[in-house]
Design a protein around this ligand. Structure first.
Ligand SMILES: Nc1ncnc2c1ncn2[C@@H]1O[C@H](COP(=O)(O)OP(=O)(O)OP(=O)(O)O)[C@@H](O)[C@H]1O
Length: 723
């Protein structure tokens, strides 16, 4: 029986076809799978034909309908694995197939494809142009170094005639093999060859650095080594699922760096995946859950957490989609929820009810009551932060513990006498809340962690999305939820997207990820232009690594090597004299996106720092005849209308076009959110950083187009991108 694999191009083609043709494709594939290889070659209906004048003799075509052809790769290494490469109208399919050649990348061992004909033409053209050039782009890298990085003979000849980085850009994929192009792009950017090997080759599982030392890989092995481009159809019902259910690419193809962690056979303790925005961290978390469900025992329960209830709802939907009908029964073994909801459930289970959660304003009032009788030198903001970031963060129970503790993350020294006074105020605060049967969310987590420590773990595995924003008390809940053992915790997050004040040393909380940590760097969401522009917003900001806020290991994370293979327009940033003018321009921009670019209103989002502007935007758009809905009202996917939200509510979401409005000096940074440097310099820095990250998160929600605007005084946070 032939084995069958599908390429990403084939899946993309299939999605764009009309239903009746899709049905024909499906029927052809079913017939293909019912035949033996000799029958396949003999079958008149299939027309499995070699192509006249093809550059790669392993490429064949098959008949789908009178007008449509499938293009297949049939390895000549004795295997029976056939890969469907494309399905297209007859002439387009033939024309595409004739010019392509498949090969095995000498470094990654993955499969790659090129347009040989176009590259031949490039060689002639740039070869002539380069003759007079005094220097060449890759002259400092020897042939051996380039070969070791997987550059083959044809690409080497092309690299040697590149004079500028623009010459290389002209040969971008699908003309040049994608992996080799990426290597050259990094080198052209000035990255040393060793770094390129570490960044691009090693994550694909390669351990041998030199081309001579590596074992030869057959085409079939290369196909199986390329889960980001080709998927083998295995198991009953899998083909039907791929063909009939939602063909979302993330469900089918994973980058090798994603796959390595998502489908790792077993980590000997907590594992962590970090990565910039849109690198597919949530996708990895979902696939990990699927893997754990499929390979675990029937009574193993899994907790999948994220930051907000809305995100938990969307994560649950995505997991259901990934599991499909075949694995739908596994869903009942997963709880998808926020840590706060889980904590409330645990506390309710232990004492029969949960205290009422305290709003920010009510908390301020409670601190005012706790300090009413004393003339104290501390503001309510300071007290609240001291309680949250020291007492609850470290789980301190007694005045002695507080006297002895290292106040990590706090910048104002507080002596013994002051600590004793502070502790008394905090005791009054907690007693006051208890008498009202109320508690902050962080207090609730603190209590839940203690309950769990007594009652024991609830889950076999815990998978955490948006890990960067969790408070230490929330981490203690998660740590207590699962016994320390292999595959206990799997975390994904991005320290550049930390928009709440939660600095954490995972190590001190018993979550040791050292040696089980990986970073994703290919952005699947936004264009390179949006990514670069947004990354510049964080230029020079010292972003620590996820969960490493200990003084002794505060390493830095960087956005320098994040890349996208998508390209588009450069983001637009503009100021206006009044809010009225700004919203008028926004309306026109949205009309262009919808009317000229064909974007659906629900694929457009507008975000602002606060709800007042969110409401004003919704009212204005509606007045202008553009449907608009608030994200906080939780409109389902079927509801039409531009999505409008605060920047905080944009976390984890994505849209084709995004307008970020009201980016003024008054709201970004928002003075009330930033502790004055004289009150606490360390907290001041950390609060300021959260404001930078907030703008970064808002901008990186955009896939194709981003527009940023303000009226009046522009925010200084835009200085790095607006001259
Ligand atoms: N292997 C893949 N193939 C195709 N698309 C992918 C792949 N991985 C992720 N994506 C897509 O990229 C986008 C971003 O993915 P995801 O939300 O998982 O990223 P993230 O790293 O969690 O983002 P953020 O941190 O910015 O919220 C989604 O549209 C997702 O479907």
């Amino acid at each position: 029986m032939p084995r069958l694999a599908l390429s990403d191009d084939f899946v993309a083609d299939l999605v764009s076809l009309q239903r009746p043709v899709q049905k024909e494709v499906s029927d052809t594939i079913q017939m293909f799978r019912s035949l033996t290889v000799p029958q396949l070659h003999a079958s008149k209906g299939m027309h499995l034909e070699k192509l006249e004048g093809a550059r790669d003799r392993r490429i064949r075509t098959i008949r789908i309908t009178k007008f449509y052809r499938g293009v297949l790769l049939a390895p000549d290494d004795g295997s029976e694995l056939f890969t469907l490469l494309r399905v297209a109208a007859h002439d387009e399919a033939i024309n595409w197939a004739r010019k392509r050649a498949y090969s095995v990348n000498g470094a990654t061992g993955g499969i790659e494809v090129r347009n040989v004909e176009a590259l031949d033409q490039m060689e002639t053209y740039f070869g002539g142009k380069a003759v007079a050039a005094p220097t060449r782009l890759f002259e400092q890298h020897s042939d051996t170094v380039l070969h070791d990085l997987g550059i083959d003979d044809q690409v080497l000849r092309l690299a040697r005639v590149c004079v500028t980085a623009d010459d290389l850009t002209v040969m971008a994929p699908p003309m040049m093999p994608a992996d080799q192009y990426e290597v050259l792009e990094y080198l052209a950017d000035g990255s040393p060859a060793e770094d390129v090997w570490e960044q691009l080759i090693a994550p694909r599982g390669q351990t041998v650095r030199t081309a001579e030392g590596r074992p030869a890989v057959t085409l079939t092995e290369a196909i199986l080594n390329s889960p980001d481009r080709i998927v083998e159809v295995t198991g009953p019902g899998e083909l039907e699922r791929i063909l009939t259910e939602d063909l979302a690419r993330w469900r089918i193809f994973l980058h090798p760096a994603q796959k390595r962690y998502a489908y790792h056979p077993g980590f000997n303790g907590p594992a962590q995946v970090t990565g910039g925005p849109g690198t597919g961290k949530t996708v990895v978390a979902l696939h990990r859950v699927r893997h754990l469900l499929r390979t675990g025992r029937e009574d193993d329960r899994i907790l999948l957490t994220t930051f907000t209830n809305a995100m938990a709802a969307s994560l649950r939907d995505s997991l259901a989609l990934l599991l499909g009908e075949t694995d739908a029964h596994l869903l009942k073994r997963v709880d998808v929820t926020t840590v706060d909801s889980l904590a409330a459930r645990v506390v309710r289970g232990a004492r029969g009810s949960t205290p009422k959660p305290l709003s920010g304003a009510a908390e301020k009032g409670a601190w005012a009551r706790a300090t009413a009788r004393e003339d104290l030198p501390w503001t309510e903001q300071f007290l609240s932060q001291e309680f949250r970031n020291v007492v609850l963060a470290q789980g301190l129970r007694t005045p002695e513990e507080y006297l002895r503790c290292v106040r990590r993350g706090r910048g104002t020294p507080v002596g013994r006498v002051q600590r004793a006074r502070l502790w008394r105020v905090m005791e009054r605060f907690t007693a006051d809340l208890s008498s009202r049967d109320s508690a902050t969310y962080t207090q609730m987590c603190d209590r839940a962690a203690r309950c769990l420590a007594d009652s024991g773990p609830l889950y076999r595995h815990v998978v955490v999305d948006e890990a960067q924003d969790l408070h230490p008390a929330q981490w203690r809940v998660l740590r207590a939820c699962v016994a320390p053992q292999f595959d206990d915790m799997f975390l994904v997050g991005d320290p550049h997207q930390r928009v709440y004040d939660s600095r954490v040393s995972l190590r001190s909380l018993g979550v040791h990820v050292r040696g089980r940590s990986s970073r994703l760097r290919l952005n699947y969401r936004s264009t390179e232009e949006i990514l670069r522009w947004s990354a510049a917003l964080l230029d020079g900001q010292p972003v620590g690594r996820l969960g490493e806020d200990d003084d002794d290991d505060a390493g830095r994370d960087t956005l320098r090597d994040y890349r996208s293979q998508l390209h588009g327009r450069i983001p637009v940033a503009r100021g206006y004299d009044s809010q009225d003018e700004e919203l008028k321009a926004l309306t026109e921009q949205i009309r262009t996106w919808i009317d000229q670019d064909g974007v659906k209103p629900s694929e457009v989002a507008v975000c602002a720092r606060f709800n007042t502007l969110v409401d004003a935007v919704i009212a204005r758009l509606r007045r202008e005849g553009i449907p608009a809905v608030a994200v906080k009202d939780d409109p389902g996917p079927g509801v039409t209308g531009v999505r409008v939200a605060t920047m905080h509510a944009m976390k984890g979401l994505e849209f084709r076009c995004v307008g970020v409005v009201g980016v003024t000096s008054k709201v970004l940074p928002f003075a009330q959110q930033v502790t004055p440097a004289e009150v606490d310099p360390v907290q001041h820095q950390s609060d300021l950083m959260a404001e930078h990250c907030l703008l970064f998160v808002a901008c990186t929600r955009a896939r194709d187009a981003l527009s940023v605007s303000w009226s009046g005084q522009r925010s200084t946070l835009l200085d790095p991108v607006v001259g």
